[in-house]
Every structure is written in C-alpha cells, then in structure tokens.
Design a protein around this ligand. Structure first.
Ligand SMILES: [Zn+2]
Length: 191
C-alpha cells in the first residue's frame, strides 16, 4: 500500500533539477497545496494526504507531530522539492512569512496570505454546516481535533472553538436544557 502510494506520488511530480521547484501536477487543496489519496479510509471517506508531507517522508523526515506543517522556502504551495521544504509549527510559519514580507517579498507573501485567507473564507462558509447534533458530538468526543476536523470537513480552529465553547456556545450540551451556567463554569475552569 505504501509502495503504491509512493508510485502514485511520483507520477504527479514534475521533477526538476535539485534546486528548482518541483510542481505538483495532481489535485490541489484550496490553498494550492498538492494532495493525494493515501489509499486508506477514514470514516468511509478516502483519506487524503498532503503531497508536501509525502515529499518530506520520502526524504526521510517524518512529521515530528500532528501540529507540524510543511513550510516552503520558495513560497510556492504546489512545490514538492524536499530541498525547499521543512517541518515547522504554524507560529513559525507565520513568523517566517512576516520576516520574508519585511525582507521585501511583499508580493509573494501577500499571495500566500491571500490563498490562506481564501481557504479560510471557504472553510468559514463551510463551517456553518455543523448541526447542533454535530456540535454536541464534537464536545462529547475524545477524538483528536485533526480527526474531527477531517470527519466533519471543517477547520481545526472551529473544532477547537466548539470544544471550548468559543463557537456555537448557544448549543446546549444536552437536548432540552440551557447550559448558560455550564458555559460560565467551563470558561472559568479553562481560564
Ligand atoms: Zn520550490
């Protein structure tokens, strides 16, 4: 299965020279990142992996944690040349973008920001799809945020906010009750 994935992966890479960008020719996310079916199923949906993550894994650099994201030194989300990729935490990614912006890469960084903003806007629009029942299920669940996000097809941020009652606070935990007191208690506990 892994071999098949790697084989499929290379079919979609326009491999160039060692220093050039290697554009991904397959499917892309809204933000322009390459994605590939991982060949596994997750809650009856075919699980997809980011091409950059596969690129790093093939290069012998497995993901340090689920919070890590693949960062591009070339600022091209579709590039999968491992020489242009590194693992980083989102905060480093933002700092990195900001530093580059200050160094005179305004246009590129703005484009990257735009695609991130566009992805966020679409995500936000989709986020309204969560039913009250979904909200209760998310709050009661012990699944990881990333798994829930994938399952409900919403952002990690929304899952996190739903869990912390920062989003959809109006939805009671139990049908037929109001949990205004609960919300107060929960926010005091987490404060
Ligand atoms: Zn590149």
């Amino acid at each position: 299965m892994i071999l098949k994935l790697i084989e499929n992966y290379w079919k979609k890479v326009a491999r160039g020279g060692p220093d050039e960008c290697w554009p991904w020719t397959g499917a892309r996310t809204l933000g322009g990142y390459g994605q590939i079916s991982s060949g596994t199923r997750h809650h009856n949906k075919i699980a997809r992996a980011l091409a950059t993550h596969i690129a790093l894994a093939i290069d012998g650099r497995s993901r340090p944690s689920a919070r890590h994201v693949a960062m591009h030194s070339c600022d091209r989300p579709g590039c999968v040349n491992p020489a242009h990729l590194a693992w980083g935490l989102p905060v480093e990614n933002m700092r990195d973008m900001w530093t580059k912006q200050r160094a005179g890469h305004q246009r590129k960084a703005a484009a990257a920001m735009d695609s991130a903003a566009a992805e966020l806007a679409v995500r936000t629009a989709r986020n309204h799809k969560l039913s009250d029942e979904d909200v209760r299920e998310i709050r009661a669940s012990t699944e990881r945020t990333c798994d829930l996000a994938r399952r409900f097809d919403v952002s990690w941020t929304l899952i996190d906010n739903v869990r912390r009652r920062k989003a959809r606070a109006e939805v009671p935990d139990f049908v037929g009750t109001s949990n205004v007191d609960d919300i107060g208690r929960v926010s005091r506990e987490t404060a």
